[in-house]
Design a protein around this ligand. Structure first.
Ligand code: ATP
Ligand code: MG
Length: 565
């Protein structure tokens, strides 16, 4: 172990295990080898970030390596689109597997040879029980299973049948290859587990070469062994599979024995994170694809404007443990805000515009104010903002009948227009139905830049956009996709808890012209309105749409506090 590693105390139980293994000389070549093993049957989600950060992070910390291995043993569900999206997402997080890109399907030949060897050694047999009979014979958690009547068929017969299975001579479901372990084992996964099943399915990588496919519990440990994985880290639901994992890595002729360790998967309230459910949302057209900004997928949060740094910060804060828990959605958003506050470029955008006319400002005059892009950054560049006689402000920044404590614009109340001047509303213009269509005001030319010679103080500051120099933009306000903390908890169907207001479209917000200089990938703050970004999907179609990444403050947490829940 190098000094760099020793200097940093282990921060979770896996690091402790690894450091003990290294210290005791139990790691071949002293090289830690981990792997991230996605099944390419969907897009990666926030839960996967925890696993990616853990596996790549451990390899990085201990100077080892992390493989990207696709667990592609379910040909019907797996697609090239998913394989590619997974790479894109891992790179976005800042990790790289180098030359170590592998596929379980790379090992189909070896796995088949191992299966044949097991048959020859009397350790595997071809079973012809029906699915029903199989289930029946497995027993229960409290009752032993019973041996299949096919369990003792002669080795030669097993070999011949397995070969016929491979050649496609038997229909799907008619027979399987099973390991001979122990039908009375207290661990169900050791009751003669299935090693191979027949599937006449086209595989995205091996095409039609195979019509028998190895099972996960057989494939995964052997793939780990072939790749010299030292620490095979998975989520808790595989704890029960560990004896099967150990059985497979102890098969004669497999000379490397990786160990499996389990940690608690990441769950977040108000979210669903199983790929099956996410696929369903896509298929039903409830969302705009896997990368809809409301999806918890990595491609969704990227499009939403979350930064990779904030996501790594998030999973680091949660830590790695062995007990299941549900993380509060507000922690995720907190991490996003923390990061964006440091890096977002500030712009003035009015989401709900109402006209403000400065009667004593010269008509046709345009003057410019300088604004710092990001006040959190001492080296921040600046940009110019055009100011004119007619502006837009937020409708909620003016009140005809101001409630007590209202410090924004109302008739007679002087406020500051950010960066610019003090103004005092004088009258309102209404349409035939009594709606305010414009507010008239006067300005104090002496207050240029937001201060006056007499150091007169005002309590409110409003953001604004020049009516003639600003631009119209479309804004998408995103909120949680589900409105209940545990979607589906009440009715059993998570679709019952969809939040009908998870997307609000504002077709004509007003933005300062500087917004034309922003690009996909820029992190923006619309002053007082939240963090935003240019939508990548619409931008590719030549349309400018801005997504709200997250609000400025956690109005949700505050509301919960207020309501005492
Ligand atoms: P899902 O249940 O969401 O469909 P999965 O576990 O089937 O996910 P895989 O592609 O098999 O998805 O996962 C790849 C790796 O990511 C596995 O090691 C898995 O344990 C891990 N992983 C998946 N979901 C989470 C999660 N919510 N938190 C942490 N790790 C996860
Ligand atoms: Mg899986």
């Amino acid at each position: 172990m190098d000094e760099r590693v020793e200097a940093k105390a282990p921060s979770n139980f896996l690091e402790r295990i690894i450091e003990d293994d290294l210290a005791a000389g139990r790691v071949p070549n002293n090289t830690i080898v981990t792997r991230f093993p996605p099944e390419p049957n969907g897009y990666l989600h926030i839960g996967h970030i925890k696993s990616i950060a853990l596996n790549f992070g451990l390899a990085e910390k201990y100077g080892g390596r992390c493989h990207l291995r696709y667990d592609d043993t379910n040909p019907e569900k797996e697609e090239l689109e998913y394989i590619e999206s997974i790479k894109r997402d891992i790179h976005w997080l800042g990790f790289d597997w180098g030359e170590h890109e592998y596929y379980a399907s790379d090992y189909y030949g070896q796995l088949h040879q191992i299966a044949v060897r097991l048959i020859k050694e009397g350790l595997a047999f071809v079973d012809e029980l029906s699915a029903e009979e199989l289930k029946e014979s497995r027993g229960t958690l409290t009752e032993a299973g019973t041996n299949s009547p096919y369990r003792d068929r002669p080795i030669e017969e097993n070999l011949a049948l397995f070969e016929e299975m491979r050649q496609g001579k038997h229909p799907e479901g008619s027979m399987i290859l099973r390991a001979k372990i122990d039908m009375a084992s207290p661990n169900m996964n050791l009751r003669d587990p299935t090693l191979y099943r027949i599937k006449f399915a086209h595989h995205v990588r091996t095409g039609d070469t195979w019509c028998i496919y190895p099972m996960y519990d057989f494939t995964h440990p052997i793939s780990d062994a072939i790749e010299d994985i030292t620490h095979s880290i998975c989520t808790l639901e595989f704890e029960d599979h560990r004896p099967a994992y150990d059985w497979a890595t102890e098969i004669d002729g497999i000379d490397h024995a990786p160990r499996q360790y389990e940690f608690a998967r990441l769950n977040i309230n108000y979210m669903v994170m199983s790929k099956r459910r996410l696929l369903n949302l896509v298929r039903l057209g409830i969302v705009d694809g896997w990368d809809d900004p409301r999806m918890p997928t990595i491609s969704g949060i990227r499009r939403r404007g979350y930064s990779p740094e904030s996501m790594l910060d998030f999973v680091a804060r949660i830590g790695v443990a062995k007990s299941e828990s549900v993380v509060d959605f507000s922690l995720l958003e907190f991490c996003v805000r923390e990061d964006l506050n440091k890096r977002a470029k500030r712009l003035m955008v009015v989401l709900d515009p109402i006209k403000l006319i400065i009667d004593n400002y010269p008509e046709g005059q345009v003057e410019y104010f300088e604004a710092v892009d990001n006040p959190e950054d001492p080296d921040s560049p600046t940009h110019q903002i055009a100011f004119t006689r007619e502006l837009y402000i937020e409708a909620e920044d003016f009140s005809e009948h101001p409630p007590k404590g209202y410090h924004r614009l109302y008739i007679g109340n002087e406020v500051r227009l950010k960066y610019a001047y003090y103004v005092t509303p004088t009258s309102v213009e209404k349409d035939g139905e009594g709606n305010i269509v414009a507010i008239h005001c006067s300005y104090d030319p002496e207050s240029r830049g937001g201060t006056t010679a007499d150091e007169r103080r005002v309590r409110g500051t409003s953001h604004w956009v020049s009516a003639s120099e600003g631009v119209d933009i479309e804004v998408h306000l995103y909120d949680k996709l589900f409105s209940s903390e545990y979607p589906g908890e009440a009715t059993g169907d998570y679709l019952d808890d969809l939040n009908p207001d998870s997307l609000v479209i504002i077709p004509n917000a007003k933005a300062e012209a500087e917004i034309k200089n922003t690009a996909v990938g820029d992190y923006l703050q619309f002053i007082r309105n939240g963090y935003f970004c240019l939508d990548s999907k619409y931008a590719a179609e030549g349309k400018q749409v801005y997504n709200r990444t997250v609000t400025l403050r956690d109005s949700w947490a505050r509301m919960k506090q207020k309501m005492g829940i």
